[in-house]
Design a protein around this ligand. Structure first.
Ligand code: HPA
Ligand code: MG
Length: 215
């Protein structure tokens, strides 16, 4: 269990003008925080680490929508490349779930799994949960306890991002792409009120963007 690539609190990111940004978001962003290329390079290595640990048996890759969809697609492409080019390979099947969390207060966090196949199909399987970001960790802890009720053989969690925040429960995914400061980030399928999923780089919004897409 590694912290992933640690991005320090004083990381300034990169000027928008150094990269290509969709015109419709140009005025809404402050900085590029993690360029798309770096996301891809880190994801390639995560795929290798995951296959090293899980590559003996059929893997059920479970995408947590909507934020996980880009990371899921790119991670699976790298795993498929390993399967094509290695002496050993394993079949991958996929499923897609959404989580609805109802948090009444800090301590009682209830999560409902929406969509996807019957969870009973995970019995005896090696399950890889693919998530975009772990912040408090409570949602993931609740999901894990739900899944464990269906007796999978193994469950591993990979999250592209883990936020360093005092709100963390202390939960850590098995695999982490990047550990980031306590900032709100968007892009690469992470959203702010459904916007910015269609942005390749992970970025920090500016005040104009926060106001424009506020609900
Ligand atoms: N960005 C987008 N979605 C999120 C974040 C974030 O920083 N944290 C939790 N969900
Ligand atoms: Mg998420």
């Amino acid at each position: 269990m590694s912290s992933g690539l640690e991005i320090p609190d004083d990381e300034k990111g990169y000027d928008l003008d150094l990269f290509c940004i969709p015109k419709h978001y140009e005025n809404d962003l402050e900085r590029v925080f993690i360029p798309h290329g770096l996301i891809m390079d880190r994801t390639e290595r995560l795929a290798r680490d995951i296959m090293h640990d899980m590559g003996e048996h059929h893997i059920v890759a479970l995408c947590v929508l909507k934020g996980g969809y880009k990371f899921f697609a790119d991670l699976l492409d790298y795993i498929k490349a390993l399967n094509r080019n290695s002496d050993k390979s394993v079949p991958l099947t996929v499923d897609f779930i959404r989580l609805k969390s109802y948090s009444n207060d800090e301590s009682t966090n209830s999560v409902k799994v929406i969509g996807g196949d019957e969870l009973s199909a995970l019995s005896g399987k090696n399950v890889l949960i693919v998530e975009d970001i772990v912040e408090t960790g409570k949602t993931m802890q609740t999901l894990l306890s739900i899944l464990n009720g269906y007796n999978p053989k193994m469950v591993k969690v990979v999250s592209l991002l883990v936020k360093r925040t005092p709100r963390s429960s202390g939960y850590r995914p098995d695999y982490t792409g990047f550990e980031i400061p306590d900032k709100f980030v968007v892009g690469y399928a992470l959203d702010y009120n459904e916007y910015f999923r269609d942005l390749s780089h992970i970025c920090v919004m500016n005040e104009h963007g926060k106001q424009k897409y506020k609900i």
